[in-house]
Design a protein around this ligand. Structure first.
Ligand SMILES: [Zn+2]
Length: 276
């Protein structure tokens, strides 16, 4: 059984909330397992009994990711899942093993079983509710139909620091804590720069690099932000430049840690000078 994302590693000193690439990868992986199949839907843990009853026996008609949200379509209704900090997907081939841990929802086709453990959100949405949810989510860097103008219009008027705006899923969707620090370092932008001080040219670079990095993330199923390297053979397989590092790989300066949007960001004051 493979968990997406891997179980949180307390020894790393921080929690890894799934970023957008994990959710898009889950959609890609789970489509052939579930879409087009009539599913047995249950809630082994018992906290999603009513929702499971609504969906049980119905055919899954599609799976789509919007930022960190995953939607499983069942005709005109959808199962909406947000993993939050502790949730995970556990896909496996049938015959399925007994549910392990707090499985909120189990979806089973003839060939595969997908368990969802500990999601932050797990609910059945009507069509209008689904459209309202999508309207609340900012443009997703991994979606081909994303309109970056929506993010730009929010950022250019904002006094909020870009390090906070990039984590605000209503402004721009898919970027989490690790990609935030890595993106800003790669594009030489201080996380403390207010949104209104970001030029259009800088925004375009940030957007393009986010698309580039998260696409790599989907393919590798891991965060790789160092150019020209492969996935590491560690638990998460990540390859990053400054996240949780002590010194900058470009200039050897000490990396500064700063709390932003309740999560720790990393910045090199030499490579990322603050422009106020
Ligand atoms: Zn540096």
């Amino acid at each position: 059984m493979i968990c997406f994302p891997p179980c949180p590693d307390a020894s790393a000193g921080f929690q890894k909330m799934p970023e957008g690439h994990t959710i898009h990868r889950a959609a890609l992986d789970q489509r052939p397992m579930l879409v087009g199949h009539r599913l047995d839907v249950s809630s082994p843990q018992g906290r999603f009994l009513e929702g499971a009853e609504v969906l049980d026996g119905r055919t899954c008609t599609g799976i789509e990711a919007y930022g960190k949200h995953l939607l499983y379509y069942f005709g005109d209704e959808a199962l909406h899942v947000h993993l939050g900090l502790f949730g995970m997907f556990k896909p496996q081939k049938c015959p399925a093993a007994e549910p392990k841990g707090a499985v909120r929802v189990r979806m089973m086709s003839k060939t595969h079983c997908v368990d969802i453990n500990g999601p932050n959100c797990c609910e059945v949405l009507s069509m209008p509710a689904r459209l309202a949810l999508i309207a609340r989510i900012g443009p997703d860097v991994l979606r081909s139909d994303a309109d970056p103008e929506r993010a730009w219009l929010r950022i250019r008027k904002s006094k909020t620091q870009i390090g906070i705006l990039l984590m605000d899923q209503a402004v721009i969707a898919g970027i989490g804590n690790i990609y935030r620090s890595e993106l800003l370092w790669r594009q030489k932008v201080s996380p403390e720069t207010p949104g209104h001080a970001i030029s259009r040219e800088t925004f375009d670079r940030l957007w393009s690099d986010a698309v580039h990095l998260l696409q790599i993330g989907v393919k590798a199923n891991s965060i790789i932000t160092v150019d020209g390297v492969k996935k590491a053979r560690s638990r998460y397989g990540e390859r990053v430049n400054i996240f949780n590092k002590s010194h900058c790989p470009a200039c050897a300066s000490e990396i500064r840690r700063v709390e932003m949007a309740s999560r720790r960001a990393f910045t090199c004051d030499t490579c990322q000078p603050n422009v106020r």
